[in-house]
Design a protein around this ligand. Structure first.
Ligand code: CP
Ligand code: NVA
Length: 307
């Protein structure tokens, strides 16, 4: 698997195919706008009046699909959606050139990052990655918003990601480092994050990659985990279950983090696997703030890209 990391952030973001389509300035703006929209949603109820969004989902979704639909509706627009393989009946490039005649933006959740890149190549309207095998940039935006709300300043603070070096870890690394955070990732051997993406994130900040979860969480201000088996990897589930067992986020591991550390999870969570029920339900858990922030962050994205 090779990473499609864009080296040059576009000065004016047209798409959000991966986190780096947004320059650091655009990322900071998105964060401010998300907070502003969250504070005063009534000021934005007509911002995207008459604008329509295409929602294409090759994989299941609760949060992403519903929050995009709510976001566009609460901004005065509307959405149409389609579930299933994007290129089953015709090439992606034809799908892109249908949707851009009808709607002002395309949000797609796909198996392969190549499908997002192909949509963006052929579409004349913005394309937003709603999760691929490599990235989950909409999630990362809500994550950094949640981190900012709970930690205040992000500069010099540390977020530890424990488990699979996956799409969620990649996007978190790219956004958190650009906002001045240190990132520590602990994975089993063979499940490390993509080396190209780690290298890219290290241009912006400190990224520790280790196989020792205790080393990663020691003193961390936030501890983040995600499922051990991502959508599309179901055939590997039993092998993964064994490999990841020492990487569970439980109270013992949380006790190694900073005393005020928060717990994050993109959800859906598999309680008893990557996280215990106790940690999910603890006072440290900010997972439902994170889920709420998907809505506010995506409103900001849509305002930035569609208005
Ligand atoms: N976190 C997240 O993307 O959730 P869904 O898979 O439910 O959209
Ligand atoms: N890594 C997970 C995230 C789900 C929101 C997956 O890709 O299935």
């Amino acid at each position: 698997m090779s990473a499609t990391v864009r080296n040059i952030a576009k000065p004016f973001a047209q798409d959000l195919t991966c986190d780096l389509d947004f320059s650091t300035a655009a990322l900071e703006h998105a964060l401010k706008l998300s907070a502003q929209i969250k504070r005063t949603p009534s000021r934005y109820t007509k911002t995207l009046a008459g604008r329509y969004l295409s929602l294409l989902f090759e994989k299941p979704s609760l949060r992403t699909r519903l929050t995009f639909e709510l976001a566009i509706k609460q901004l005065g627009g509307d959405a149409v959606w389609s579930i299933g393989p994007i290129a089953e009946r015709e090439p992606v490039k034809d799908v892109a050139r249908n949707l851009d005649r009808w709607t002002q933006g395309i949000v797609a959740r796909v198996f392969s990052q190549g499908t997002i890149d192909e949509l963006a190549k052929w579409s004349s309207v913005p394309v937003i990655n709603a999760l691929s095998d490599l990235y989950h940039p909409c999630q990362a935006l809500a994550d950094v918003l949640t981190l900012k709300e709970h930690l205040g300043s992000l500069k010099g603070r540390t977020v530890a990601f424990i488990g699979d070096g996956n799409n969620v870890a990649h996007s978190l690394m790219l956004d958190a480092t650009r906002l001045g955070m240190n990132v520590a990732v602990a994975t089993p051997e063979g499940y490390e994050p993509n080396a190209d993406i780690v290298e890219k994130a290290r241009e912006y900040g400190t990224v520790l990659v280790t196989h020792d979860p205790t080393e990663a969480v020691r003193g961390a201000n936030a501890v983040y985990t995600d499922v051990w088996t991502s959508m599309g990897q179901e055939m590997e589930a039993s092998v993964r279950l064994a490999a990841f067992a020492p990487y569970q986020v439980n109270s013992k591991l949380m006790a190694q983090a900073h005393a005020d550390a928060i717990f994050l999870h993109c959800l859906p969570a598999k309680r008893g696997q990557e996280v215990t029920d106790e940690v999910m339900e603890s006072a440290q858990s900010a997972v439902f703030d994170q889920a709420e922030n998907r809505l506010h962050a995506q409103k900001a994205l849509l305002v930035m890209l569609l208005s």
